[in-house]
Design a protein around this ligand. Structure first.
Ligand SMILES: [Zn+2]
Length: 295
């Protein structure tokens, strides 16, 4: 099995500076540790026609390259089905018929962390399940045997986070992100996951799930985000934040790449030049505040 890092965007629109900077970091982490670098398109949900091509173009424009064909989640249903089937056979799942509203209004279990699924459908009898199946398709939830799980993160150290009975397959039949990401990383030989630190809270669920599936848990590095001047995670509404937007105001991709590298304390010019200077221990720990530069 290869040893690889990855970037895994959702093709819901153009990548913005925050996404591109995380991609550059993932590439630097992978290459500096002798790994190959893979690209996976997470298109199970909210895919917008044409967005994938734009994203691949923009990644290349800032110097991010990948070492194998792009993988798309919509082409991998049999892998997800097999993993869910294994968990079902192992007795580690149950059907859930709750609506979003029911979950919000359910009394939470004692000592349950904020936002945890309250476990309503865990306690349904076979007869009750039969009745509910007639009115609403079920989602499949993991029957978790833990309430928290620890992961090691290269930048955050030991992180302990909530594990609840999270959804593996939604009731519209779509494989849930947490299941797909675990299955894909293992199947692609990805043993290093570098992504935005907004995803750190869901990492214990994924590491626990990998363990249940007999898969190895990758190394993690959750990197600081790019934020707007209010300190809020950068979004499309924050003005010129995509390569297209920036080109339109006279700032070419090469300059954007160099600004991103400078924000990481690295020299501009090319990702190869930056790689020679890259040291994860010297990365800034704070988010980068993006202010659209003057052309
Ligand atoms: Zn339920």
């Amino acid at each position: 099995m290869t040893s690889a890092g990855r970037f895994a965007p959702s093709p819901s629109g153009e990548l913005h500076i925050g996404n591109l900077r995380t991609a550059i970091l993932a590439w630097l982490f992978a290459k500096s540790s002798g790994r190959s670098f893979l690209l996976r398109v997470e298109d199970l949900d909210r895919a917008r026609s044409g967005a994938e091509a734009e994203q691949l173009r923009d990644l290349q424009a800032v110097g991010v390259s990948w070492d194998a064909d792009v993988v798309r989640q919509t082409e991998r249903a049999p892998l997800y089905d097999a993993a869910i089937q294994k968990l079902v056979s192992d007795g580690r799942t149950y059907e859930c018929f709750c609506t979003r509203k029911e979950i919000q209004e359910a009394p939470s279990a004692p000592h349950a962390p904020q936002g945890a699924y309250p476990g309503t459908c865990r306690r349904l009898s076979a007869a009750e399940r039969e009745i509910r199946r007639a009115s609403r398709p079920a989602s499949i939830r993991l029957m978790s045997e833990v309430t928290e799980w620890a992961v090691e993160d290269q930048l955050h150290g030991t992180f302990v986070g909530m594990v609840d009975d999270f959804v593996l397959r939604r009731n519209d039949g779509v494989t849930a992100y947490n299941l797909a990401v675990v299955v894909d990383d293992a199947a692609q030989g990805i043993d290093q996951v570098v992504r935005g630190d907004d995803l750190l809270p869901s990492t214990p669920r994924q590491a626990y799930l990998a363990t249940l599936l007999g898969l190895s848990v990758p190394e993690y590095a959750h990197v600081p985000l790019v934020v707007n001047h209010d300190g809020v995670r950068l979004a499309k509404r924050d003005g010129a934040v995509t390569l297209d937007d920036l080109a339109a105001v006279g700032i070419p991709a090469a300059r954007v790449r160099d600004l991103m590298l400078e924000s990481l304390g690295l020299p501009g010019g090319s990702l190869q030049d930056a790689l020679a200077e890259f040291d994860p221990a010297r990365l800034p720990e704070e988010p980068w505040v993006w202010i659209t530069p003057q052309a």
